[in-house]
Design a protein around this ligand. Sequence first.
Ligand code: SF4
Ligand code: SF4
Length: 238
Amino acid sequence: MPGVPRNTKSDNERDLSFWERLYLPEIFKGLGYSFRKLVKEPQYTTEYPDELWNPPDSYRGRPVLVEEEGKPRCVSCNLCAKACPPMAISMQSREVEDPSSSKEREPAWFEINMLRCIYCGFCEEVCPEEAIVMSKEYDLTFQGRSEAIFGLEQLLVPVERLTDRLEYLEDYRNPQEDDEPWQHREDNNLHSLKDRRHVRELAASTMPALNNTHLRREPPIAAGKTWTGRESSPDEHG
Ligand code: SF4
Ligand code: SF4
């Protein structure tokens, strides 16, 4: 039924004073508090875009490709594209003709669809060459869908401009149990077919240990089985 006021005051609520009941003094008190904060407190907001924010090194802005000596560091292994959850990365690799180059392949083209990218940083995590890293760039605008597809021209950034992030990655990835620094590009490429030096070193250092494990023992030959695992007939064994 309308027009019947109901007092919802709880037992532990205090009674308002005379001035509080007048309402306006409290309003001016509140305005005075806001004004004091406005004048005296430091300003926390940034006047973007006149003033640009410089994010910390851990910030994940748009992914970029590292350019070293005028060339992409990328070896076109496709790992980043496989790891990218929204499938924003596409590339085509080609063989490197230069015999003095330490790389076998490089990207013929490389694209990231920035409308798909969710800035997760998985591409950076999986890249064995530290060839794709998250930059500090966050203010991207496009006037059409095609503008949002970044090719090598937009993606390549000289390594000198990415030192903050690369040093951050080094610190972030380095803590190991034995305090040995993790040489990311070197240690991540122990499997490299082109540079077999690491594979030989690894084999030399671990083979004696492997000899003592079940990994080096000959697998037991199951009686009555051929290598295909199917049951063999007595005739096949002679
Ligand atoms: S940051 Fe994430 S979504 Fe963006 S390109 Fe890399 S893996 Fe894909
Ligand atoms: S994971 Fe790294 S090296 Fe491999 S294709 Fe991507 S950017 Fe290039």
